[in-house]
Design a protein around this ligand. Structure first.
Ligand SMILES: NC(=O)c1ccc[n+]([C@@H]2O[C@H](COP(=O)([O-])OP(=O)(O)OC[C@H]3O[C@@H](n4cnc5c(N)ncnc54)[C@H](O)[C@@H]3O)[C@@H](O)[C@H]2O)c1
Ligand SMILES: O=C(O)CC[C@@H](O)C(=O)O
Length: 526
């Protein structure tokens, strides 16, 4: 039974599939104090939050079994993603479900700002009739500058176009083609800043976008500009905004998000030019249901080891590629586990080489699987999320390469392990109808099914060597299921690869190594 902890309010309808899942126990506890959260998260298999719960490194540390953190929404700045990655916890979000709601909210703020709707409402309910004080501006023919033309920025642009605004946008990933499709003019950040009557930000909050709009940016804006932030508090420098409104540079600001939330008695609220909402962009019934459905589905997939799509700390793999790579997954994992067990000494480098038909695909996901297979020999909590991180952290170099030559096979995956003592190379393939096979160990060609208990013996090719190994194993009640022998030259160095029916003890390994013709014996468990 999986325990799923939900710590922010989530649409009940949206979480129905979690609530009805026979293998899931849902625990919903909102407004938890930090100490309570640390206790509740300890036994959770998954944690679902919105933007309120702060999933900090100590929360992640306290979670003994956590496999996934789900964010019912887009921004994951309330989650310590690097800390989750280091622990192998998948972080998923629900990026699509609240796009329309947030774009509509931003548009509502844009019109409210242009026409002083919140201020004039406050005035009229005070019994006043101040028509001259609340003269607004039209949107028609004005320039709207959008910083960040992602999902929300693009939806907002469409709405602004319908109101006959000129839309200019800056986004480092914006192509001319997409700009044309969305109906905006692609511009530089500086052009947007200098030419717009309204400027709205729709980027994530990152090191690069913190204070993207600062005092310097305000100074370059048109006099009487109006600015909006319905993305993340901190993208606009609130102190600089306050000053720019005081000097008259900025005629108005609409804010849905704040550097600190809740903002309390924020100095900006003392300025009549500022209108604000309490982080309501995604607060519609539709958006809350959408994000709850999406995140619930993702969490169920992760817990049940099924494919999922919106991982924040894993590169997304298109469904078509996932399908193509699926058959190679077992081979990749077994090769990683096999190769590491043939190595000895301190691990320095893992080289993953694919050849043949695999060179035509993006095989990065297979590399993660190989790494996971290899590192799990040393480390207990390693998975596809944490494997590259853990390798890097331990100073293990990971090299990926593609070569065209596949030595008569349709494809090959080679895993090279370099330690401070030696280098080994193991190659495998997927044989049609037969499944994964190890076809080469260092310079020796073999045909080994990678599963169960294996014995890899390096020996001198002498008459009787095989028999003596068989006798010793028999005397220790170890049954040999299959056996392969590989050699380069008659009487030279050779290897035996045996499948045995039970694990080999240290004592038995030593006994085998005492034989004259044996160089070394490695027990491999797959
Ligand atoms: N107010 C709310 O309730 C609410 C609701 C949903 C989303 N959001 C926030 O809105 C923002 C946008 O969400 P989205 O779903 O459109 O995200 P998105 O990922 O689709 O779009 C973000 C865009 O910002 C661009 N970008 C990144 N750095 C930039 C920079 N320095 N300059 C210009 N562009 C840059 C990216 O290339 C991307 O296209 C996020 O911060 C999200 O957290 C707020
Ligand atoms: O949970 C919310 O209501 C806010 C969500 C929003 O900020 C987001 O980033 O998706």
């Amino acid at each position: 039974m999986f325990r799923v902890l939900i710590t922010d309010p989530l649409s009940r309808q949206g979480t129905e599939q979690l609530l009805n899942a026979p293998d899931v126990e849902v625990v919903q506890k909102t407004d938890l104090k930090k100490e309570e959260l640390l206790v509740e998260v300890a036994d959770a298999d998954a944690l679902i939050v919105r933007s309120q719960t702060q999933v900090t490194a100590d929360v992640i540390q306290a979670a003994r079994k956590l496999k996934a953190i789900g964010r019912a929404g887009v921004g994951v700045d309330n989650i310590d993603v690097p800390a989750a990655t280091a622990r192998g916890i998948v972080v998923v979000n629900a990026p699509d479900g609240n796009t329309i709601s947030t774009a509509e909210h931003t548009f509502a703020m844009l019109i409210s700002l242009a026409r002083n709707i919140p201020q004039s409402y406050q005035s009229i309910i005070r019994g006043e009739w101040k028509r001259k004080d609340y003269v607004g501006v039209e949107l028609n023919n004005k320039t709207l500058g959008i910083l960040g033309l992602g999902r929300i920025g693009a939806e907002l642009a469409k709405r602004a176009r319908a109101f006959h605004m000129n839309v200019v946008a800056f986004d480092p990933y914006l192509t001319e083609e997409r700009a044309e499709k969305v109906g905006v003019r692609k511009a530089t950040m500086d052009e947007v800043i200098r030419s717009s009557d309204f400027i709205t930000v729709h980027t994530p909050l990152t090191k690069e976008t913190r204070h993207l709009i600062d005092a310097g940016a305000f100074a370059r804006m048109k006099d009487g500009v109006r600015v909006l932030n319905c993305a993340r508090g901190g993208i606009i420098d609130e102190r600089a905004l306050y000053d720019a409104i005081q000097t008259g540079k900025v005629a108005g600001a609409a804010l849905d998000v704040f550097e600190t939330e809740p903002p309390g008695q924020h100095p900006l609220f003392s300025l009549p030019q500022v209108i604000a909402t309490p982080h309501l962009g995604a607060s519609t019934r539709e958006a809350q249901q959408n994000v709850a459905v999406d995140v619930s589905e993702e969490i169920l997939h992760i817990l049940r080891d099924e494919p999922f799509k919106n991982a924040v700390n894993l590169p997304s793999i298109p469904a078509e590629l996932q399908e193509k790579l699926r058959p190679y997954q077992t081979l990749a994992e077994k090769l990683g586990r096999f190769a590491i067990q043939t190595a000895e000494g301190a691990l320095e480098e893992i080289t993953i080489t694919v050849s043949g038909e695999l060179t035509e695909m993006d095989t990065a996901p297979l590399s993660r699987i190989i790494l996971k297979g290899a590192l799990s020999h040393y480390l207990s909590d390693v998975n596809y999320v944490s494997a590259p991180y853990l390798a890097r952290e331990r100073g293990v170099k990971v090299t990926e390469q593609k070569v065209s030559r596949s030595h008569g096979f349709t494809h090959l995956i080679h895993v090279g392990i370099r330690t401070d003592a030696k280098e080994t190379l193991v190659s495998g393939t997927l044989l049609n109808g037969l499944g994964p096979r190890i076809v080469k160990i260092d310079q020796y060609s073999v045909d080994v099914q990678p599963d169960g208990h294996l014995l890899l013996i390096h020996h001198h090719d002498r008459p009787g060597a095989i028999g003596r190994v068989g006798t010793i194993l028999g005397n220790h009640d170890v049954n040999i299921a299959t056996m392969q022998v590989g050699r380069k030259d008659i009487g030279g160095r050779a290897i035996m690869m045996l499948h045995v029916d039970k694990p080999i003890s240290e004592e038995l390994l030593k006994t085998l190594e005492e034989l004259d013709e044996i160089q070394n014996v490695t027990a491999i468990d797959l």
